[in-house]
Design a binder for this molecule. Sequence first.
Ligand code: FES
Length: 154
Amino acid sequence: MSLSIRLTINGAPRDIELNDARVTLLDLLRERLAMPGTKKGCDRGQCGACTVLLNGRRVNSCLTLAATLDGAEVMTIEGLADGDRLHPVQAAFIDHDGFQCGYCTPGQIMSAVGLISEGRAGDDPDRIREGMSGNICRCAAYHGITLAVQDATR
Ligand code: FES
């Protein structure tokens, strides 16, 4: 049985036929829509590499069933920059070396964008670390990540 959903992804409406009600938003993005910017780490809600914004809120796309998303708005890392101009959070990650290997970076950046728009980042490093605690960096670039979020919040 197939299911039709309409999603807005990075501002563009997409009509999607799902043949499997179990497909996750992460697999939909990466495998069906050729949007590999959102990363798959654990695929079980523990690492945050797959973070996207769903109706403006941070979610783990590996835990989100695409079939539940009819009418939703999704923002991925591919939708952040304005042409050649990076989003302020992207620029801050570069300015503060908020990454090493870069694999977790799209999820870190989407989580930071969500945290800032929720008004929960503030200027306090402890609050930022707590707010970003769902995003694991195996290279441990946490100092730069915290500085980047702090800078982008100002
Ligand atoms: Fe989704 Fe790790 S891939 S939380």
